[in-house]
Every structure is written in C-alpha cells, then in structure tokens.
Design a protein around this ligand. Structure first.
Ligand code: RB5
Length: 147
C-alpha cells in the first residue's frame, strides 16, 4: 500500500499520480487534501508520514508546490526518511543509498511526465544496504540524540 498526500498546490498532480498508480495496478490510500481549496501542507506531510512509520503503508508520496515544505514536515516524524526530488537520479539514489521511505516533489517544479517517472523510479528501486545501512542507521540515531 502506498500513502499519498498533497496540499492544494499539489492536488491536480496528485490526481494524475493516483491515476498512474491505478494503471499500474498498485494500491494506494489518499490522505488528502481532497479539493483545490487552500490548506496547510504540514497536515498532509504528517498524515502520510504517520501512515508509513506505523506500517500501514510501505512507501509514501507527497506533493506540494515545491515538495520542500511537505517533505520538511514529514521528516519531523520519527522513522520518516523523505527525499524531495526533481530528477530521476536523485529519486534512484534516495532509494539505493538513503532508503528513503517517502518521495516528495513539487507540482510547481516538475511537469506531469517527470512526476510519473520520479514515482516509477522511487517505487521500482531497492535499498542497497551494506555500508549504506550503517549510514542510514546514523541518520536515524540523530532522532534520539536531538529530540
Ligand atoms: C503553497 O502556496 C506552497 O507554499 C506550498 O505548496 C509548498 O510549496 C511549500 O513548501
């Protein structure tokens, strides 16, 4: 199950992404927003982050205007590793090296075509583990060190 969420700026692109996931036969849960009315992106970063760290969903996708604010909000939740990406190399490496569990991108930054490629790359790439696992563990230990 994939958790997906956006604010108003990402609402239309989120619909495109959900359609794409349906075409791929992938299950998702939409955590809002549910209209183009102005709203606050941290609410949706939080909802998707919680869904992922609780184990309800394996991965998450977040969209706001830039992908930055919603990703920052998600990363405040212990266990979230959200990567804001606007190129496929970064989306690939966010999985391979950083074991990112949430992808964020900006509807005002990327077009629909690139957005779907980012999603495909993120969902289709596995974490390499090994030396990268040691580094990711160090990232996660910062949550306790600076709480
Ligand atoms: C909303 O105008 C905009 O600030 C938001 O979508 C996002 O880009 C914030 O990081």
């Amino acid at each position: 199950m994939i958790a997906i969420g956006s604010d108003h700026a990402g609402f239309e692109l989120k619909r495109e992404v959900m359609k794409h996931l349906e075409e791929l036969g992938l299950q998702y849960k939409d955590y809002g927003t549910y209209s183009a009315e102005s709203c606050d992106y941290p609410d949706f970063g939080e909802a998707v982050g919680r869904a992922v760290v609780s184990g309800e969903c394996e991965r998450g996708i977040l969209i706001c205007g830039t992908g930055i604010g919603i990703g920052m909000a998600a990363n405040k939740i212990h266990g979230v590793r959200c990567a804001t990406c606007s190129d496929c190399f970064s989306a690939d490496m966010a999985r391979r090296h950083n074991n990112a569990n949430i992808l964020a991108f900006g509807a005002r930054v990327v077009g629909g075509g690139l957005a779907l490629m980012l999603v495909d790359t993120f969902l289709g790439t596995e974490f390499e583990g090994g030396r990268h696992a040691i580094r990711v563990d160090k990232i996660m230990s910062l949550e306790n060190k600076y709480k």
